[in-house]
Write a protein that binds this ligand. Structure first.
Ligand SMILES: *Cc1c(COP(=O)(O)O)cnc(C)c1O
Length: 402
């Protein structure tokens, strides 16, 4: 079957809003992937920070099979045991008191932004609608989330955008002070900007946002769609910064690749979503929630998170050493297993070329913008897989520099 389907068919039958690599993965286990020709790859992409426990992990497969033969979907006219169990677990493990499930990161942010607007209407009136966001930020691809995101190339060309959204430079507290006022209903921020280059916020910046939001009675939304669920070596990254948001969004790794998103908040704020105000057909389905619960149980364990931080140091040190021999990177940064290596100016715009070259050596990598090579491997990648991957990374560096 797979032999009859080729990469060319993609161009013929799919909407061309993606330009996937020229090989087709057909199988994955742990941090290894095989393509149609049987060529083996080390996967340092984790499906864009999604497969936190690698491909087809046994513990999750067991839950998927078990729930798959029990109940897949019952709609939100009814609730399910896995839905409630997952919400309860997330409430135990975070600041949140209430959880709403959706199917993606964009939907989690859409819910967060709508909740912030509705909360402001309920408590202060319609004039409190300003949303402050950051340049280069990424919050998803629905029209609202893409308008809140700070990249015009993603939001322009779709007609009128939702109004009263303002973008200021990231990590610049004075810029926020200049625009925040009593009409501000929310500030939304990624603790580490993922898509635009793996740029961490400073602690002072996030603490300052918390203070400003308190001062102007605006809600602080942390978009942890990429940084959450253990990715940075903390269950959620707000825990590392010790800054507690009012609303937290999560998706990507939450069920290791089974689609699910979550919007988490306090009891008081959640009260603005009364029955019928917002909803989704698939959100919170038993299958996704059962898988997510198992993933959260494994990943939120402190010993598990500790090994994520140890691997982070190993990767950064290894690449830094390679970079002394073959200096192609300006900076290697990031937290936990969300790592960005920014190319020196000479190679700006060539991050994608680096990734394509890596494919030839049997290595899967990501970019974060045109100048940054991004690594987001499985959090449980073995030392052997990691060393193999970094050997291939070294070869790619040498060849790239030629
Ligand atoms: C990936 C991502 C999103 C969008 O998630 P989707 O599941 O693609 O809708 C939103 N915010 C951040 C920070 C992300 O990394």
């Amino acid at each position: 079957m797979t032999q009859q389907i080729t990469r060319n068919d993609f161009d013929q039958f799919l909407v061309q809003n993606y330009a996937p690599a020229d090989f087709i993965p057909v199988k994955g286990k742990g941090s290894r992937v095989w393509d149609q020709q049987g060529k083996e790859y080390i996967d340092l992409t984790g499906g864009i920070a999604v497969n936190a426990l690698g491909h087809c992990p046994d513990e999750l497969l067991k839950v998927l099979q078990q729930q798959g033969s029990t109940l897949w979907h019952s709609s939100n006219w009814f609730t399910s045991e896995p839905t409630i169990a997952l919400a309860k677990l997330l409430v135990e493990k975070t600041f949140a008191e209430r959880v709403m499930f959706v199917n993606s990161g964009a939907e989690a942010n859409e819910a967060a932004l709508k909740l912030a607007r509705r909360y402001a209407v309920d408590h202060f009136g319609y004039q409190k609608s300003k949303i402050i966001s950051f340049k280069q930020s990424f919050h998803g691809r629905t029209l609202f989330t893409v308008s809140v995101g700070g990249q015009a190339k993603y939001s322009d060309g779709f007609g009128p955008k939702p109004a009263d959204i303002i973008h200021v430079p990231y990590n610049d507290l004075d810029a926020v002070k200049a625009v925040i006022d009593d009409h501000t209903c929310a500030v939304i921020v990624e603790p580490i900007q993922g898509e635009s280059g793996v740029l961490p916020a400073t602690t002072e910046f996030l603490q300052g946002l918390r203070q400003l939001c308190d001062q102007y009675q605006a809600l602080l939304i942390f978009d942890e769609v990429q940084t959450g669920v253990g990715r940075t070596g903390h269950f959620y990254t707000y825990m590392k910064y010790n800054v507690v948001p009012d609303i937290l969004t999560s998706a990507k790794a939450l069920a290791n690749g089974f689609p699910i998103g979550a919007m988490m908040t306090t009891h008081q704020i959640a009260a603005s979503f009364k029955p019928g105000v917002h909803g989704t057909t698939f959100g919170g389905n038993p299958l996704a929630c059962a898988v997510a619960k198992k993933a959260v149980e494994i990943i939120s364990d402190e010993h598990f998170l500790e090994q994520v931080r140890a691997k982070s140091d190993f990767i950064k040190q290894t690449i830094a050493k390679l970079n002394q021999q073959t200096p192609i990177f300006r900076q290697i940064r990031g937290e936990g297993l969300l790592i960005g290596a920014e190319l020196i100016e000479k190679y700006h715009g060539k991050a994608m070329d680096f990734c394509h070259l890596a494919n030839q050596y049997g290595l899967m990598l990501l970019v974060a913008g045109p100048n940054v090579v991004r690594l987001a491997p499985a959090l449980n990648i073995s030392q052997t897989e990691l060393e193999e991957g970094l050997n291939k990374f070294a070869k790619t560096m040498t060849e790239f520099a030629k």
